[in-house]
Design a protein. Structure first.
Length: 522
């Protein structure tokens, strides 16, 4: 394999161009003509079809996007057995050959970019800009980890002394179970899966039940790129499928992105060593956040207001990195509240396939009900300063809402809501704002709007979050530019899209050889 060019992020589409918009609409018409898609259980060369797991359009719940087969206990056992067979072949390939397969998979996605984005719009109600960016991020993960695997294969430099040779190399851990969410239905499963595959592991992928078709696209891309069928299997299903994978004694690594309660269940189960298990499972997880944006008294509100509003309401706040709480200096609180409320009131709530939509529906009815409960609590405990109503009556829409004046112990201020609800909280100064952030159990993303460099230094030193954004929005981390991941109860492990991520899927091995030979074997 010839030397690879330096990594560069895949450029997003320029949606302001009429020709691009026309291509998107054509891609959507082509997809709609093929619905519902069929998503099988995929184990090795075998595919089992079924209709036990339908996924529907959140904006038009009567529209069935995909009919997936529901994996059961025999499928889990078969997938693990197949993954162990695939591991023996896949791990033995040089990193350059594995990287080449990932790069070909990236090319496969690139060629089908518009139709994949259309699928995300339908299956997960991701607006076009977000859907396109998600496909780009998946391509980025494949490209970035392919290069990282080649670098990792070189091993580490150790101290050498006369008469001794010391080497350290990284070996794949084994079978990896990847359990992925629906909100980034291609990029997140791709990142976790590509990280495991790049380093020579085999993978069993269990996608979110809301987005099986997007996960199937990923498996198709990887196999088309040259990943052996035995090294990547797909098990659509409910939570019990993931639980069986987590508990299986021959799973070595678990990569999970999702809610804190499920993550804690996985952590407890992964820590149990069962009969026949000769390893401690490695858990790589990202568990969400309650992300705060600090606004100091000298902030440029022309920057702060659009940064806050976009971070809170794009994709209906259904990002683990989304802004959920603003901590604003009391001297400018009234002005900020008025401007954020005004910006929120003009947000366009609509179907994800409409190019002008700012806030699409949430993923499902249970999410709609959850967000509305928190909004009702915010009205009861504080003041609703902006609420966009009415919203479409078809689909799982929630009115974008801005609340203020809530008591510090309010659940609205302290629990992850995962929807279009933003709370604004007054603080006496930046130090108090940092105290609030420091008191929260989550530590994923955070933001600061301030002009004084000493304030920026102070918040950088005090903030426990994994990703701190200064004078910009707090969502939209880019592979290779903003490695992404949280601290505290927001997750464990190294940051996705960063230089350390691949090390989570390998184990280091050191070989020391005495080179002072005493005679030769005859």
């Amino acid at each position: 394999m010839s030397a690879l060019s330096p990594f560069a992020n895949e450029p997003v589409l320029e949606l302001r161009r009429s020709a691009v918009r026309a291509q998107l609409q054509e891609a959507m018409r082509g997809l709609d003509a093929r619905l519902p898609l069929r998503v099988p259980v995929v184990v090795g060369e075998d595919e089992r079809r079924g209709e036990g797991l339908p996924s529907t359009d959140p904006g038009e719940p009567q529209r069935v996007v995909a009919l997936a087969a529901a994996a059961g206990e025999p499928d889990v056992a078969a997938a693990i057995e197949e993954a162990e067979r695939g591991l023996r072949t896949w791990r033995g390939l040089p990193a350059a050959e594995r990287a080449a397969a990932l790069l070909r998979a990236a090319g496969w996605l690139r060629e089908r970019r518009l139709e994949i984005a259309a699928l995300e719009v339908r299956e997960c109600a991701k607006p076009w800009p977000e859907a396109d960016a998600d496909v780009c991020e998946a391509i980025d993960f494949l490209e970035y980890y392919a290069r990282g695997a080649i670098e990792l294969e070189a091993g580490a430099e150790l101290l050498q002394v006369p008469g001794e040779r010391n080497e350290m190399h990284y070996a794949p851990r084994g079978v990896a179970a990847v359990i992925s969410p629906w909100n980034f239905p291609l990029a997140i499963p791709c990142g976790m899966t590509a990280g495991a595959l790049a380093t020579g592991n085999s993978v069993v992928l269990k996608p979110a039940e809301q987005s099986p078709a997007c996960a199937h696209v990923l498996v198709q891309a990887l196999r088309a790129g040259g990943v052996p069928a035995s090294a990547i299997s797909l098990l659509p299903g409910e939570g019990d499928v993931g639980a069986r994978l987590v508990a299986h004694p021959r799973v070595q690594t678990i990569a999970f992105t999702g809610s804190l309660p499920v993550g804690l269940e996985i952590s407890r189960a992964a820590g149990t060593v069962t009969d026949g298990q000769h390893h401690i499972k490695r858990l790589v997880c990202e568990l969400g956040g309650k992300n705060c944006v600090i606004v100091d008294s000298d902030a440029d509100l022309d920057e702060a207001v659009p940064g806050i509003v976009s971070s809170a309401f794009v994709y209906a706040g259904q990002k683990c990195s989304a802004a959920a709480r603003v901590l604003v200096h009391q001297d400018i609180a009234d002005q900020l509240i008025e401007r954020v409320a005004g910006a929120a009131r003009v947000l366009i709530v609509g179907q994800a396939d409409a190019l002008g939509t700012d806030v699409p529906p949430v993923i499902e009815q249970a999410a709609q009900e959850r967000v509305n409960r928190y909004a009702a609590l915010a009205r009861e405990q504080g003041e609703i300063v902006a609420r966009v109503e009415p919203v479409p009556d078809r689909g799982w829409f929630c009115p974008p809402t801005v609340a203020a004046g809530l008591p510090r112990d309010s659940r609205v201020l302290n629990e992850e809501i995962f929807g279009p609800l933003l709370a604004i909280d007054r603080v006496a100064d930046v130090e108090e704002a940092c105290d609030v952030v420091d008191s929260l159990p989550y530590a994923l993303t955070g933001g600061l709007f301030a002009r004084d460099p000493s304030t920026v230094r102070y918040v950088r030193q005090r903030s426990p979050v994994g990703n701190l954004y200064v004078n910009r929005g707090i969502t939209g981390a880019m592979v290779g530019r903003q490695p992404f991941g949280g601290n505290r109860l927001s997750g464990t492990g190294s940051k996705a899209g960063g230089p350390d991520y691949l090390r989570q899927f390998v184990e280091p091995r050191v070989v020391t050889e005495n080179t002072m030979r005493h005679g030769l074997v005859v």
